[in-house]
Design a protein around this ligand. Structure first.
Ligand SMILES: *Cc1c(COP(=O)(O)O)cnc(C)c1O
Length: 221
């Protein structure tokens, strides 16, 4: 079942788009099935859960943290995490840098932008993000790399709305690329698209889709 839906999703991804299999709240057996089918990138949104899975599952898995990360928990994931998708404040980026320095790692991070209409989603506004980059302090952080942007569209059936939101994030990505990262090859990821909207996200230029329920089924909380 999992292997089949995984293959189905993979078959829909154009070259240059990678799949983050979002396995939060699913047991190790579910991840193992996806692993046996060839999947190596898994996304989790809880620090304790991801750390437990990291300890018990194969070592060649790339762990992506996709949830809201609290500064006091950064230290638990920094030794092994591959990519942190949800950097939503400068303070958090600084803390990742500080903890990464302790374990001598350089960690790829995505800045999370608030593009949905809902109040509840985390992330910088475009203005806040521009101001943070203008301030320039991030350039002194030697143990993190800003590898791109992440965003979540509104949870709606209005496809036009979703397209508009992904389009705005994609334009912003190009603005930042030209302004701050033109000569930085690390700045290349645009993480957008979930089970119900990854086709729209890909059309808008996503390079990393985060798909959970379409592969693993509904989550039990
Ligand atoms: C849970 C989650 C996903 C996956 O959602 P599905 O609808 O199950 O595909 C993607 N991104 C983030 C940030 C999530 O928290």
């Amino acid at each position: 079942m999992i292997a089949e839906s995984l293959k189905q999703v993979l078959s829909e991804l154009p070259a240059g788009v990678r799949l983050v299999a979002v396995s939060k709240f699913h047991p190790n057996e579910a991840l193992e099935e996806a692993y046996r089918a060839g999947q190596r990138i898994f996304g989790e949104s809880k620090v304790q859960e991801m750390t437990a899975k990291h300890e018990s599952l194969p070592k060649d898995i790339e762990w992506h943290f996709i949830g809201h990360l609290q500064t006091n928990k950064v230290k638990y994931i920094v030794p092994y995490v591959s990519l942190i998708h949800g950097i939503d404040s400068y303070r958090l980026l600084e803390e990742v840098n500080r903890q990464a320095a302790k374990v001598d790692r350089n960690i790829c991070c995505l800045l999370q932008l608030h593009i949905a209409q809902e109040e509840t989603k985390f992330g910088f506004s475009f203005e806040e993000c521009r101001a943070m980059l203008e301030a320039g302090e991030w350039k002194e952080l030697t143990h993190v790399r800003i590898c791109g942007l992440m965003g979540m569209a509104s949870n709606t059936d209005n496809v036009e709305q979703i397209r508009k939101e992904f389009g705005s994030l994609s334009s912003f990505f190009h603005e930042l690329k030209e302004t701050w990262f033109a000569s930085d090859n690390s700045f290349k990821e645009l993480s957008m698209g979930m089970s119900h909207d990854y086709h729209e996200a890909i059309a808008a230029g996503s390079t990393l889709v985060r798909v959970g329920s379409k592969i693993f089924g509904e989550r039990v909380y």
